[in-house]
Design a protein around this ligand. Structure first.
Ligand code: HEC
Ligand code: HEC
Length: 175
């Protein structure tokens, strides 16, 4: 019986891709897909808590130096979608990882300011983010070749201008 239950548990984990690693779930809101991919990669709502999204959506007219404001109906749909899939609401394992260590009394406005982002990019030289080929930490897809599909796994990371030599990042000085 115990063995049977263990097997059921294992199958449940295998059957649930959101729990077992792999890419983030696809974004299903047409409004989000249209409005939030105009200037940059479609960021995953599971990477920031609801408070961050609420604050961002309340001030889209002043969005990182850009006016990203939306008509009221669209704004409501886009806001509701982000709140429903925020890192402290959506519960897949990956959302939880992006919530770990986040100070909810002072929530980050950028995914690139979350503790998980900072920790995971500890070894990446600042110059690799600011290079001409990348531009900023926000340009995830420049290094994460499958970011558009919601896949940030380390197997698909290539930093423009650098090679990974046995785990050490070396700048390609010959380019
Ligand atoms: C008019 C252009 C524009 C639109 C439309 C827009 N953004 Fe942005 N967004 C920006 C700019 C510019 C930045 C700063 C990027 C940088 O520093 O390279 C940014 C940054 C962000 C960041 C922080 C990225 C990081 O480093 O973690 C998030 C999250 C974000 N936007 C979400 C959204 C969402 C959600 C929408 C849809 C409601 C949206 N944006 C629509 C221009 C836009
Ligand atoms: C300059 C290149 C670069 C940019 C830009 C970048 N990353 Fe990364 N990212 C990396 C590298 C390198 C790693 C570490 C891969 C490894 O451990 O082998 C990493 C790791 C990660 C991981 C952990 C993956 C894992 O399987 O443990 C996540 C999640 C992640 N990045 C998300 C993001 C997000 C979200 C953005 C944009 C807001 C972003 N990254 C922008 C280079 C980059």
């Amino acid at each position: 019986m115990i063995r049977f239950l263990t097997l059921c548990g294992l199958l449940a984990v295998l059957a649930s891709p959101a729990m077992a690693g792999g890419p983030f779930p696809p974004i299903t809101s047409e409004a989000v897909k249209t409005e939030c991919a105009e200037c940059h990669l479609l960021y995953r709502p599971q990477m920031l808590p609801a408070k961050s999204w609420a604050a961002m959506m309340a001030d889209l007219a002043n969005h990182f130096g850009e006016d990203a404001s939306l008509a009221p109906g669209t704004l409501k749909e886009v806001t509701d979608y982000h709140l429903a899939h925020a890192s402290d609401v959506d519960q897949p394992r990956r959302a939880k990882k992006f919530l770990a260590g986040v100070d909810l009394s002072n929530p980050p406005m950028k995914i690139s300011d979350t503790p998980r982002f900072i920790r995971k990019h500890d070894d990446v030289p600042v110059a690799a983010f600011t290079s001409k080929a990348v531009g900023s930490k926000s340009r995830c897809q420049k290094c994460h070749t499958k970011a558009a599909e919601g896949n940030f796994e380390d197997d698909f990371v290539v930093i423009p201008g650098y090679i990974n030599v046995f785990g050490v990042l070396v700048k390609k000085v010959w380019e």
